[in-house]
Design a protein around this ligand. Structure first.
Ligand SMILES: [Zn+2]
Length: 219
């Protein structure tokens, strides 16, 4: 896995300090799980120690959630049996897709149709009922509706690849987009793309059909 797109240090620092909402923390934890470079960075930030943590007054993520997130990152180098997920969701994932350890403890919703060749599954975070976290499964050659954001969208590619005009993103790559980004990710032909994504704030789709779709899924 050649990872070309990494989270900024600021995000990894916020992860280490427990400053992120649960959905964002899980997406970043999955990246750190798959990316030795960022795993090391998170450990570096942890090693800065209690002084930094105290100064930042972690408040968004419950202490237990942070401890579990960091424990998962620490354990990522040790292969273990994959966490169980809803069989129906797992059955429709491409073969060879490693199920992220950081999703252990999450509730995995059924696949729902969002558009032609486009399905999503809501993921319930164990410590935050409001977490806006989901899997997206998009067929090769399909695209997401053009959209922008009021908040921050984070995406971790688990399988396949997409191009949103800003660059190409493949397995292990991380992407973040905020209200300055107006983009339309297109999945490369020939392979399904599966991403884990979190959204803070609203995703603003262009066009009435896409808007209705967004409203239906609560984005
Ligand atoms: Zn990385």
């Amino acid at each position: 896995m050649t990872i070309r797109h990494h989270p900024e240090d600021e995000l990894l620092l916020q992860l280490a300090a427990g400053r992120l909402d649960a959905a964002a923390a899980i997406v970043l934890a999955v990246h750190a799980e798959q990316c030795p470079r960022c795993r090391e960075r998170v450990r570096d930030f942890e090693a800065l120690g209690g002084v930094l943590l105290d100064a930042l007054e972690p408040e968004l993520l419950a202490p237990a959630a942070l401890a579990e997130t960091l424990a998962r990152i620490d354990g990522a180098a040790t292969p273990r049996p994959q966490a169980a997920a809803m069989p129906a969701v797992r059955a429709q994932l491409p073969e060879g897709l490693p199920w992220p350890r950081s999703l252990a403890g999450c509730a995995i919703g059924p696949w729902r149709l969002l558009g032609p060749g486009l399905r999503w599954s809501r993921i319930g975070a164990p410590h935050d009922a409001q977490a806006n976290l989901f899997l997206l499964r998009v067929d090769g050659g399909r695209q997401l509706p053009m959209h922008s954001h009021r908040g921050r969208e984070m995406t971790q590619v688990l399988y396949g690849a997409f191009d949103d005009g800003r660059g190409q993103f493949g397995p292990g790559d991380f992407d973040t987009a905020d209200d300055a980004v107006h983009h339309q990710p297109v999945v490369l032909p020939g392979s399904t793309c599966v991403c884990l994504a979190s959204v803070s704030g609203k995703v603003l789709f262009d066009g009435w059909l896409a808007r209705i779709g967004g409203a239906l899924v609560g984005m």
